[in-house]
Design a protein around this ligand. Structure first.
Ligand SMILES: Nc1nc2c(ncn2[C@@H]2O[C@H](COP(=O)(O)OP(=O)(O)O)[C@@H](O)[C@H]2O)c(=O)[nH]1
Ligand SMILES: [Mg+2]
Length: 396
Protein backbone atom coordinates (compact mmCIF):
# COMPACT_ATOMS: atom_id res chain seq x y z
CA UNK A 1 0.00 0.00 0.00
CA UNK A 2 1.22 3.51 -0.85
CA UNK A 3 3.13 5.68 1.60
CA UNK A 4 0.46 8.38 1.22
CA UNK A 5 -1.72 6.48 3.61
CA UNK A 6 -0.16 6.82 7.08
CA UNK A 7 0.68 4.07 9.60
CA UNK A 8 -2.61 4.09 11.54
CA UNK A 9 -4.67 3.72 8.39
CA UNK A 10 -2.32 0.97 7.18
CA UNK A 11 -2.80 -0.87 10.47
CA UNK A 12 -6.58 -0.59 10.13
CA UNK A 13 -6.30 -1.92 6.59
CA UNK A 14 -4.27 -4.86 7.83
CA UNK A 15 -6.97 -5.60 10.42
CA UNK A 16 -9.50 -5.62 7.58
CA UNK A 17 -7.35 -8.06 5.60
CA UNK A 18 -6.82 -10.33 8.61
CA UNK A 19 -10.43 -10.26 9.80
CA UNK A 20 -12.34 -13.50 9.65
CA UNK A 21 -15.87 -12.25 10.29
CA UNK A 22 -18.01 -9.86 8.26
CA UNK A 23 -18.40 -7.50 11.21
CA UNK A 24 -14.67 -7.30 11.78
CA UNK A 25 -14.04 -6.70 8.10
CA UNK A 26 -16.58 -3.88 8.06
CA UNK A 27 -15.06 -2.37 11.20
CA UNK A 28 -11.55 -2.52 9.75
CA UNK A 29 -12.59 -0.82 6.54
CA UNK A 30 -14.62 1.83 8.34
CA UNK A 31 -11.60 2.66 10.48
CA UNK A 32 -9.34 2.68 7.46
CA UNK A 33 -11.64 5.08 5.61
CA UNK A 34 -11.91 7.40 8.58
CA UNK A 35 -8.12 7.50 8.97
CA UNK A 36 -6.94 7.73 5.39
CA UNK A 37 -6.19 11.31 4.27
CA UNK A 38 -8.50 12.37 1.44
CA UNK A 39 -6.71 13.96 -1.49
CA UNK A 40 -5.90 13.40 -5.15
CA UNK A 41 -3.24 10.75 -4.50
CA UNK A 42 -5.59 8.61 -2.38
CA UNK A 43 -8.73 9.22 -4.43
CA UNK A 44 -8.72 5.86 -6.15
CA UNK A 45 -7.95 3.84 -3.04
CA UNK A 46 -10.73 5.64 -1.14
CA UNK A 47 -13.25 5.03 -3.90
CA UNK A 48 -12.28 1.38 -4.19
CA UNK A 49 -12.56 0.75 -0.50
CA UNK A 50 -15.83 2.61 -0.22
CA UNK A 51 -17.24 0.26 -2.79
CA UNK A 52 -15.82 -2.73 -0.90
CA UNK A 53 -17.36 -1.43 2.30
CA UNK A 54 -20.73 -0.92 0.63
CA UNK A 55 -20.59 -4.48 -0.63
CA UNK A 56 -19.78 -5.88 2.81
CA UNK A 57 -22.60 -3.87 4.38
CA UNK A 58 -24.96 -5.22 1.74
CA UNK A 59 -23.91 -8.77 2.53
CA UNK A 60 -24.53 -8.15 6.19
CA UNK A 61 -27.95 -6.66 5.52
CA UNK A 62 -28.94 -9.58 3.27
CA UNK A 63 -27.82 -11.98 5.94
CA UNK A 64 -29.92 -10.20 8.55
CA UNK A 65 -32.97 -10.06 6.28
CA UNK A 66 -32.71 -13.79 5.67
CA UNK A 67 -32.62 -14.41 9.40
CA UNK A 68 -35.72 -12.42 10.17
CA UNK A 69 -37.91 -13.01 7.12
CA UNK A 70 -40.81 -14.58 8.97
CA UNK A 71 -43.52 -13.40 6.58
CA UNK A 72 -45.24 -11.05 9.02
CA UNK A 73 -46.52 -7.71 7.70
CA UNK A 74 -44.75 -4.97 9.57
CA UNK A 75 -46.79 -1.99 10.85
CA UNK A 76 -44.11 0.11 9.16
CA UNK A 77 -44.91 -1.07 5.69
CA UNK A 78 -47.50 1.25 4.24
CA UNK A 79 -49.61 0.69 1.19
CA UNK A 80 -48.94 3.54 -1.16
CA UNK A 81 -51.92 5.50 -2.41
CA UNK A 82 -51.17 8.11 -5.04
CA UNK A 83 -48.28 10.44 -4.27
CA UNK A 84 -46.80 9.57 -0.92
CA UNK A 85 -45.24 12.24 1.27
CA UNK A 86 -43.40 11.23 4.42
CA UNK A 87 -42.75 13.47 7.39
CA UNK A 88 -39.62 12.77 9.38
CA UNK A 89 -37.81 14.49 12.24
CA UNK A 90 -35.24 13.77 14.89
CA UNK A 91 -36.31 12.32 18.22
CA UNK A 92 -36.90 14.86 20.98
CA UNK A 93 -39.33 15.64 23.78
CA UNK A 94 -41.42 17.66 23.14
CA UNK A 95 -41.77 16.55 19.52
CA UNK A 96 -40.97 18.65 16.49
CA UNK A 97 -44.61 18.93 15.42
CA UNK A 98 -45.03 16.19 12.79
CA UNK A 99 -48.34 14.93 14.08
CA UNK A 100 -49.56 18.53 14.34
CA UNK A 101 -48.68 18.98 10.65
CA UNK A 102 -50.40 15.73 9.73
CA UNK A 103 -53.49 16.87 11.59
CA UNK A 104 -53.38 20.35 10.06
CA UNK A 105 -53.16 18.97 6.52
CA UNK A 106 -55.43 15.96 6.79
CA UNK A 107 -57.53 16.23 9.93
CA UNK A 108 -56.17 12.87 11.13
CA UNK A 109 -54.72 11.92 14.50
CA UNK A 110 -55.69 14.93 16.62
CA UNK A 111 -55.58 12.76 19.73
CA UNK A 112 -51.98 11.79 18.99
CA UNK A 113 -50.55 15.31 19.12
CA UNK A 114 -48.05 15.66 21.95
CA UNK A 115 -47.85 11.90 22.39
CA UNK A 116 -45.07 9.59 21.36
CA UNK A 117 -46.14 7.56 18.34
CA UNK A 118 -44.16 4.38 17.80
CA UNK A 119 -45.69 3.45 14.46
CA UNK A 120 -46.57 5.50 11.37
CA UNK A 121 -49.81 7.46 11.23
CA UNK A 122 -51.46 8.15 7.89
CA UNK A 123 -53.78 10.82 6.55
CA UNK A 124 -55.03 12.10 3.21
CA UNK A 125 -54.36 15.70 2.22
CA UNK A 126 -57.04 16.86 -0.22
CA UNK A 127 -55.91 19.65 -2.46
CA UNK A 128 -58.37 20.80 -5.12
CA UNK A 129 -59.26 17.60 -6.92
CA UNK A 130 -56.10 15.79 -5.80
CA UNK A 131 -55.29 13.49 -2.92
CA UNK A 132 -51.87 13.13 -1.36
CA UNK A 133 -51.03 10.45 1.17
CA UNK A 134 -49.22 11.95 4.16
CA UNK A 135 -47.30 9.63 6.46
CA UNK A 136 -46.22 10.81 9.92
CA UNK A 137 -43.26 8.60 10.81
CA UNK A 138 -41.91 7.91 14.28
CA UNK A 139 -38.89 10.13 15.00
CA UNK A 140 -35.40 9.11 13.97
CA UNK A 141 -32.87 8.47 16.70
CA UNK A 142 -29.15 8.66 16.33
CA UNK A 143 -28.05 5.35 14.82
CA UNK A 144 -31.41 4.80 13.10
CA UNK A 145 -29.59 3.56 10.01
CA UNK A 146 -28.10 0.71 12.03
CA UNK A 147 -31.44 -0.10 13.58
CA UNK A 148 -31.81 2.09 16.68
CA UNK A 149 -35.48 2.83 17.49
CA UNK A 150 -36.89 0.85 14.55
CA UNK A 151 -34.74 3.06 12.36
CA UNK A 152 -34.34 0.43 9.65
CA UNK A 153 -38.07 0.03 9.25
CA UNK A 154 -38.63 3.78 9.17
CA UNK A 155 -35.82 4.50 6.74
CA UNK A 156 -36.70 1.66 4.40
CA UNK A 157 -40.18 3.14 3.92
CA UNK A 158 -38.58 6.32 2.65
CA UNK A 159 -37.07 4.42 -0.24
CA UNK A 160 -40.37 4.11 -2.06
CA UNK A 161 -42.01 7.43 -1.21
CA UNK A 162 -42.34 10.37 -3.59
CA UNK A 163 -41.29 13.17 -1.29
CA UNK A 164 -39.55 13.41 2.08
CA UNK A 165 -40.35 16.35 4.35
CA UNK A 166 -37.64 17.00 6.92
CA UNK A 167 -39.44 18.63 9.85
CA UNK A 168 -37.28 21.00 11.85
CA UNK A 169 -38.26 22.55 15.18
CA UNK A 170 -37.28 26.22 14.91
CA UNK A 171 -37.17 26.60 18.67
CA UNK A 172 -34.24 24.17 18.90
CA UNK A 173 -30.72 23.90 17.47
CA UNK A 174 -31.09 23.65 13.69
CA UNK A 175 -27.81 22.02 12.87
CA UNK A 176 -28.23 19.13 15.34
CA UNK A 177 -31.55 18.19 13.80
CA UNK A 178 -30.41 18.56 10.20
CA UNK A 179 -27.14 16.69 10.64
CA UNK A 180 -28.78 13.78 12.43
CA UNK A 181 -31.29 13.27 9.65
CA UNK A 182 -28.84 13.84 6.80
CA UNK A 183 -26.37 11.38 8.34
CA UNK A 184 -28.95 8.65 8.86
CA UNK A 185 -30.35 9.13 5.34
CA UNK A 186 -26.90 9.00 3.81
CA UNK A 187 -25.95 5.90 5.81
CA UNK A 188 -29.10 4.23 4.51
CA UNK A 189 -28.09 4.83 0.89
CA UNK A 190 -30.78 7.46 0.43
CA UNK A 191 -29.44 10.39 -1.59
CA UNK A 192 -31.29 13.64 -1.23
CA UNK A 193 -31.97 16.27 -3.91
CA UNK A 194 -29.37 15.09 -6.34
CA UNK A 195 -30.12 13.54 -9.69
CA UNK A 196 -29.12 9.94 -10.29
CA UNK A 197 -25.58 9.88 -11.71
CA UNK A 198 -25.46 10.16 -15.51
CA UNK A 199 -24.16 6.64 -16.02
CA UNK A 200 -25.46 3.27 -17.13
CA UNK A 201 -23.50 0.08 -16.55
CA UNK A 202 -24.68 -2.75 -18.79
CA UNK A 203 -23.31 -6.22 -18.35
CA UNK A 204 -22.32 -7.81 -21.65
CA UNK A 205 -20.73 -10.99 -22.94
CA UNK A 206 -17.75 -9.23 -24.43
CA UNK A 207 -15.22 -10.24 -21.79
CA UNK A 208 -13.96 -6.71 -21.28
CA UNK A 209 -14.99 -3.47 -19.70
CA UNK A 210 -15.55 -0.65 -22.16
CA UNK A 211 -16.23 2.95 -21.24
CA UNK A 212 -18.02 5.38 -23.56
CA UNK A 213 -18.48 9.11 -23.06
CA UNK A 214 -21.65 10.00 -24.87
CA UNK A 215 -22.11 13.74 -24.37
CA UNK A 216 -20.02 16.89 -24.59
CA UNK A 217 -20.15 17.29 -20.80
CA UNK A 218 -18.95 13.74 -20.28
CA UNK A 219 -16.00 14.30 -22.60
CA UNK A 220 -15.05 17.36 -20.55
CA UNK A 221 -13.93 15.26 -17.59
CA UNK A 222 -10.24 16.11 -17.02
CA UNK A 223 -7.63 13.45 -17.75
CA UNK A 224 -10.05 11.12 -19.47
CA UNK A 225 -7.54 8.31 -20.09
CA UNK A 226 -6.61 8.04 -16.45
CA UNK A 227 -10.27 8.43 -15.38
CA UNK A 228 -11.27 5.59 -17.68
CA UNK A 229 -8.67 3.29 -16.14
CA UNK A 230 -9.96 4.10 -12.65
CA UNK A 231 -13.54 3.40 -13.70
CA UNK A 232 -12.51 0.03 -15.13
CA UNK A 233 -10.76 -0.88 -11.88
CA UNK A 234 -13.76 0.10 -9.77
CA UNK A 235 -16.16 -1.85 -11.98
CA UNK A 236 -13.82 -4.83 -11.98
CA UNK A 237 -13.40 -4.62 -8.22
CA UNK A 238 -17.18 -5.00 -7.91
CA UNK A 239 -17.03 -8.35 -9.58
CA UNK A 240 -18.19 -7.13 -12.99
CA UNK A 241 -15.89 -8.47 -15.70
CA UNK A 242 -17.85 -7.78 -18.87
CA UNK A 243 -19.62 -4.47 -19.19
CA UNK A 244 -20.32 -1.44 -21.26
CA UNK A 245 -20.20 1.71 -19.17
CA UNK A 246 -22.06 4.64 -20.75
CA UNK A 247 -21.49 8.09 -19.33
CA UNK A 248 -23.90 10.89 -20.20
CA UNK A 249 -22.55 13.82 -18.26
CA UNK A 250 -19.97 15.08 -15.85
CA UNK A 251 -19.38 12.47 -13.18
CA UNK A 252 -17.09 11.77 -10.23
CA UNK A 253 -15.54 8.45 -9.18
CA UNK A 254 -17.79 8.52 -6.11
CA UNK A 255 -20.80 8.54 -8.42
CA UNK A 256 -19.39 5.59 -10.34
CA UNK A 257 -19.16 3.71 -7.05
CA UNK A 258 -22.74 4.77 -6.26
CA UNK A 259 -23.94 3.51 -9.63
CA UNK A 260 -22.63 0.05 -8.77
CA UNK A 261 -24.67 -0.08 -5.58
CA UNK A 262 -28.20 -1.00 -6.54
CA UNK A 263 -29.39 -0.15 -3.03
CA UNK A 264 -28.91 3.57 -3.58
CA UNK A 265 -32.06 5.59 -4.20
CA UNK A 266 -32.40 9.24 -5.15
CA UNK A 267 -35.17 11.14 -3.41
CA UNK A 268 -36.50 14.66 -3.39
CA UNK A 269 -36.85 16.37 -0.05
CA UNK A 270 -38.01 19.69 1.32
CA UNK A 271 -37.88 21.26 4.75
CA UNK A 272 -40.92 22.12 6.86
CA UNK A 273 -39.78 24.31 9.73
CA UNK A 274 -42.21 24.20 12.65
CA UNK A 275 -43.30 26.35 15.59
CA UNK A 276 -42.59 29.63 13.83
CA UNK A 277 -44.86 31.35 16.37
CA UNK A 278 -42.41 30.85 19.23
CA UNK A 279 -40.01 33.65 20.23
CA UNK A 280 -36.58 33.85 18.58
CA UNK A 281 -37.49 31.40 15.84
CA UNK A 282 -36.99 33.97 13.10
CA UNK A 283 -33.24 33.94 13.63
CA UNK A 284 -33.19 30.16 13.39
CA UNK A 285 -35.20 30.21 10.20
CA UNK A 286 -32.62 32.58 8.74
CA UNK A 287 -29.84 30.22 9.81
CA UNK A 288 -31.65 27.31 8.23
CA UNK A 289 -31.84 29.23 4.96
CA UNK A 290 -28.22 30.30 5.11
CA UNK A 291 -26.85 26.82 5.70
CA UNK A 292 -29.24 24.56 3.84
CA UNK A 293 -30.86 26.42 0.96
CA UNK A 294 -28.15 25.15 -1.39
CA UNK A 295 -29.32 21.59 -0.86
CA UNK A 296 -32.97 22.38 -0.17
CA UNK A 297 -34.56 24.70 -2.70
CA UNK A 298 -37.82 24.52 -0.75
CA UNK A 299 -37.76 25.60 2.86
CA UNK A 300 -41.11 26.45 4.40
CA UNK A 301 -41.65 28.18 7.71
CA UNK A 302 -44.87 27.10 9.44
CA UNK A 303 -46.88 27.37 12.62
CA UNK A 304 -49.77 25.00 12.98
CA UNK A 305 -50.66 26.79 16.18
CA UNK A 306 -51.25 30.06 14.29
CA UNK A 307 -52.45 28.35 11.12
CA UNK A 308 -49.47 29.59 9.13
CA UNK A 309 -48.90 27.27 6.24
CA UNK A 310 -48.76 27.87 2.47
CA UNK A 311 -52.26 27.33 1.08
CA UNK A 312 -50.85 26.25 -2.29
CA UNK A 313 -48.81 23.40 -0.77
CA UNK A 314 -50.27 20.94 -3.28
CA UNK A 315 -48.99 22.99 -6.20
CA UNK A 316 -45.62 23.45 -4.52
CA UNK A 317 -45.35 19.65 -4.31
CA UNK A 318 -46.35 19.10 -7.94
CA UNK A 319 -43.92 21.67 -9.23
CA UNK A 320 -41.08 20.36 -7.09
CA UNK A 321 -41.71 16.77 -8.15
CA UNK A 322 -42.06 17.91 -11.78
CA UNK A 323 -45.50 16.40 -12.16
CA UNK A 324 -48.46 17.56 -14.21
CA UNK A 325 -52.20 16.85 -13.97
CA UNK A 326 -53.94 15.04 -16.79
CA UNK A 327 -57.70 14.43 -16.89
CA UNK A 328 -58.99 11.44 -18.76
CA UNK A 329 -62.30 11.60 -20.55
CA UNK A 330 -64.61 8.82 -21.59
CA UNK A 331 -67.72 9.25 -23.70
CA UNK A 332 -67.60 12.98 -23.06
CA UNK A 333 -67.35 12.58 -19.29
CA UNK A 334 -64.21 14.06 -17.77
CA UNK A 335 -62.77 12.28 -14.73
CA UNK A 336 -62.98 14.22 -11.48
CA UNK A 337 -59.56 13.19 -10.28
CA UNK A 338 -56.51 13.80 -12.44
CA UNK A 339 -53.67 11.43 -13.16
CA UNK A 340 -50.36 12.80 -11.97
CA UNK A 341 -47.59 12.15 -14.47
CA UNK A 342 -44.07 13.37 -15.08
CA UNK A 343 -43.47 16.61 -16.92
CA UNK A 344 -42.76 15.63 -20.53
CA UNK A 345 -45.06 12.60 -20.45
CA UNK A 346 -46.47 11.55 -23.82
CA UNK A 347 -49.79 10.10 -24.85
CA UNK A 348 -48.25 6.62 -24.72
CA UNK A 349 -47.27 7.10 -21.07
CA UNK A 350 -50.86 7.99 -20.20
CA UNK A 351 -52.21 5.02 -22.14
CA UNK A 352 -49.80 2.69 -20.35
CA UNK A 353 -50.65 4.19 -16.97
CA UNK A 354 -54.34 3.51 -17.43
CA UNK A 355 -53.96 0.02 -18.80
CA UNK A 356 -51.64 -1.83 -21.16
CA UNK A 357 -54.52 -2.63 -23.47
CA UNK A 358 -54.98 1.09 -24.25
CA UNK A 359 -51.44 1.12 -25.57
CA UNK A 360 -51.72 -2.16 -27.43
CA UNK A 361 -55.01 -1.27 -29.14
CA UNK A 362 -54.34 2.44 -29.52
CA UNK A 363 -55.82 4.15 -32.56
CA UNK A 364 -55.64 7.86 -31.78
CA UNK A 365 -56.17 10.32 -28.93
CA UNK A 366 -58.05 13.60 -28.68
CA UNK A 367 -56.43 16.28 -26.56
CA UNK A 368 -58.63 19.04 -25.22
CA UNK A 369 -56.52 21.98 -24.15
CA UNK A 370 -57.99 25.20 -22.79
CA UNK A 371 -56.59 28.42 -24.31
CA UNK A 372 -54.98 26.52 -27.17
CA UNK A 373 -55.54 27.72 -30.72
CA UNK A 374 -57.01 24.38 -31.60
CA UNK A 375 -59.11 23.28 -28.64
CA UNK A 376 -59.57 19.65 -29.77
CA UNK A 377 -56.67 18.00 -31.44
CA UNK A 378 -56.28 14.49 -32.82
CA UNK A 379 -52.84 13.15 -31.91
CA UNK A 380 -50.66 10.03 -31.86
CA UNK A 381 -48.70 8.19 -29.18
CA UNK A 382 -45.70 10.52 -29.20
CA UNK A 383 -47.66 13.70 -28.52
CA UNK A 384 -46.41 15.56 -25.45
CA UNK A 385 -48.92 16.35 -22.72
CA UNK A 386 -49.30 19.66 -20.87
CA UNK A 387 -50.63 20.45 -17.41
CA UNK A 388 -54.45 20.24 -17.16
CA UNK A 389 -54.87 18.57 -20.56
CA UNK A 390 -57.95 16.44 -21.04
CA UNK A 391 -57.31 13.25 -23.00
CA UNK A 392 -59.69 10.93 -24.76
CA UNK A 393 -58.15 7.63 -25.82
CA UNK A 394 -59.58 5.80 -28.81
CA UNK A 395 -58.80 2.16 -29.36
CA UNK A 396 -59.48 -0.23 -32.21
N1 LIG B 1 -45.90 26.73 19.70
C1 LIG B 1 -46.14 25.71 18.88
N2 LIG B 1 -46.17 24.46 19.34
C2 LIG B 1 -46.41 23.45 18.48
C3 LIG B 1 -46.60 23.67 17.09
N3 LIG B 1 -46.76 22.48 16.50
C4 LIG B 1 -46.71 21.54 17.47
N4 LIG B 1 -46.50 22.12 18.68
C5 LIG B 1 -46.41 21.45 19.96
O1 LIG B 1 -45.27 20.60 19.98
C6 LIG B 1 -45.55 19.41 20.71
C7 LIG B 1 -45.26 18.19 19.86
O2 LIG B 1 -46.13 18.17 18.76
P1 LIG B 1 -46.42 16.86 17.89
O3 LIG B 1 -47.19 17.27 16.71
O4 LIG B 1 -46.97 15.78 18.74
O5 LIG B 1 -44.92 16.51 17.48
P2 LIG B 1 -44.32 15.11 16.92
O6 LIG B 1 -43.78 14.40 18.11
O7 LIG B 1 -43.26 15.52 15.98
O8 LIG B 1 -45.43 14.40 16.27
C8 LIG B 1 -47.01 19.48 21.12
O9 LIG B 1 -47.07 19.92 22.45
C9 LIG B 1 -47.59 20.51 20.19
O10 LIG B 1 -48.67 21.20 20.74
C10 LIG B 1 -46.58 25.03 16.63
O11 LIG B 1 -46.73 25.35 15.45
N5 LIG B 1 -46.31 26.00 17.55
MG1 LIG C 1 -46.11 12.46 16.68
Amino acid sequence: MSSNIGPEAQAAYQRYLDASSLDEKIKGLEEFLSLVPKHKATEKIVALNKSRLAKLRRQKEEHKQRLKSTGKVSPFSIKKEGLQIILISDYHTPGVGKTSLLNFLTGAAKEKIGKFTAIPVIGIYNYHEMRFQIVDMPSLMEGASIGVGNGKEILSQLRSCDLICLCIDLSRNIEDQMELMLTELSNSDIRINIPAPPIIIEKTGSNKIQVFYLTKEAKNIPDLVNFTEKIKEIVHENGVRNAVVKIFGEITLEQVVDALIPAIVYKKALILATKGDLPHTEANFKLLKTFYSDKFSILIGTSTKKGNFPNDFGDIILEFLEKIKIFTSQSGKVAEKPLLVDVGAKVKDIALKIHRSFLENFEYAIIIRKNARQKRKKVGLDYKMKNNDIIELHTT
